[in-house]
Design a protein around this ligand. Structure first.
Ligand code: AMP
Ligand code: ZN
Length: 451
């Protein structure tokens, strides 16, 4: 089986072959650092993480860039509300984001890029677009992309744009808007007093970039004019990614991205989780309930990244129980690490090669654990191998230290058992259980586990 991904551009599952056979170049639209992301946002980063891990598992070198949007409408507005400089304000949420992704076992990209470090590159692209007749200055000195001049506008979102383009005589200056509002969009926003001290003096005037140009500049600067994979959530398809294509291809004349990949939404009560609907949860809500953030990762992997998932606490709690059970069964496999089962490894690869079928990959993990024909040591090696992709943290599991008090009770029980005092032995077992531990007897003696 070969690696296949669903490409939003063609609406088909396609064989994956990178432009350069040695290295996959991948870009992920990262967070806007204006607040704590909600857990729906983290689906986008967990999906990109799994994708990257699969590519590495398949033997590719992956150069992965994730941006941090530290300048846009929302960052300016919220920094002003808090009376902080833009830099100080966005730095705080950047650090919070880093902590969150660590707790979700999301591997760092090759590089994080901050939009404010790429203003010169954005200006160059905008100048090129003006030279190519695809951008124009408006009366207030802002610069807009002229969507009617770019013949492929709409190719990603598959909008039938002919009619809309005819009607699209207007311009839109805000960074976010809906499909029914397709219009010329802002590449450069001339300074406005609402922007306060947030502006750059550049060859194209005093102002700040639009959101969309940021990703074109960061992607092209770090990964070249053409890349293999660009990821984001489905709500990025329009307008953000559509606009990225227009800007990048309008400037270079080359295809910007070979495979566009998008994760579906996390819903609450069947409605998209969103800050604007006020129906969102953050990772802190999860940890406040004493739930391990990895249980959220585990819950997401039970569905394919292209299906919508409805978030309910009971389901997350159920996932945590299942995850802890997996951990426990893994710990019971002992200390030795044997050989990876090639039979299971092949199946695992096959499932993931089919557009990242994580639900089947997870059920295979349970099969490995339950397989009576596989030695504990080989099970352990196979699970650790799978976890290179799944990232459930098996390698970090440590033998839990059993408190002295429990060991003393267990030894007492061993003593009374030798003397065939089974009543006392049962009492001691109950006592051990009531303290949160269980004791298992075998021909080699007893073993204590945390319940
Ligand atoms: P933003 O910070 O708003 O640009 O969003 C960051 C990422 O989260 C983007 O890739 C969005 O498409 C994605 N996203 C936003 N809301 C959801 C949701 N409810 N479920 C899944 N992904 C989402
Ligand atoms: Zn982006």
């Amino acid at each position: 089986m070969s690696l296949k991904f669903y490409n939003t551009l063609t609406r088909e599952k396609e064989d994956f072959s990178p432009i350069d056979s040695k290295e996959v170049r991948m870009y992920t639209c990262g967070p806007t650092v204006y607040n704590y992301p909600h857990i729906g946002n983290y689906r986008a980063y967990i999906f990109a993480d799994i994708l990257k891990r699969v590519l590495v598992y398949e033997g590719f070198n992956v150069k992965h860039i994730m941006n941090l949007t530290d300048i846009d409408d929302k960052t300016i507005l919220n920094s002003q509300k808090e009376g902080k400089t833009l830099k100080e304000f966005t730095e705080f949420y950047t650090q919070e984001f880093f902590k969150d992704i660590k707790s979700l076992n999301i591997l760092n990209p090759t590089k994080f890029t901050k939009a404010t470090d790429y203003i010169d590159q954005m200006v160059s692209i905008i100048k090129k677009l003006m030279e190519n007749g695809l951008a124009y200055k408006s009366a207030d000195n802002s610069i807009y992309f002229d969507i009617k001049k770019f013949k492929n506008y709409g190719k990603l979102s598959h909008l039938v744009l002919e009619n809309q383009k005819e009607n699209a005589s207007g311009r839109i200056k805000t960074d976010e808007y809906e499909k029914d509002n397709v219009q010329d969009f802002a590449l450069w926003k001339a300074w406005d007093k609402k922007d306060g001290d947030v502006f750059w003096e550049t060859e194209i005037g005093k102002g700040r970039p639009g959101w969309h140009i940021e990703c074109s500049a960061m992607s092209m600067t770090n990964l070249g004019e053409q890349i293999d994979i660009h990821t984001g959530g489905v709500d990025n398809i329009f307008p953000h990614h559509e606009n990225e294509i227009a800007q990048s291809e309008g400037a270079t004349g080359k295809e910007f991205v070979k495979y566009w990949m998008h994760n579906e939404w996390v819903l609450v009560d069947q409605k998209k989780m969103a800050k604007s609907f006020n129906n969102f949860y953050t990772l802190k809500d999860i940890t406040d309930r004493k739930i391990d953030p990895i249980a959220y990762r585990f819950w997401l992997l039970m569905a394919n990244y292209r299906t919508r998932v409805n978030f309910v606490w009971e389901a997350l709690e159920g996932s945590e129980i299942a995850l802890k059970r997996l951990y426990k069964l893994y710990m019971e496999l002992g200390k030795d690490i044997g050989e990876i089962s090639t039979k299971y490894q092949q199946k695992f690869k096959e499932y993931l090669e089919d557009d990242l079928d994580t639900p089947r990959a997870l059920s295979l993990l349970w099969d490995v654990i339950k397989d009576e024909n596989l030695s504990p040591a080989d099970k352990k090696a196979t699970i650790l191998d799978f976890d290179k992709v799944l990232g459930l943290g098996f390698e970090n599991l440590k033998e839990e230290k059993i408190p002295k008090e429990i060991i003393k009770l267990a030894e007492e029980r061993e003593e009374v058992r030798k003397n065939k005092d089974f009543k006392k032995s049962d009492e001691l077992r109950d006592k051990i259980n009531s303290l949160g531990y269980e004791i298992k007897d075998s021909s080699d003696g007893y073993k204590i586990n945390k319940i």
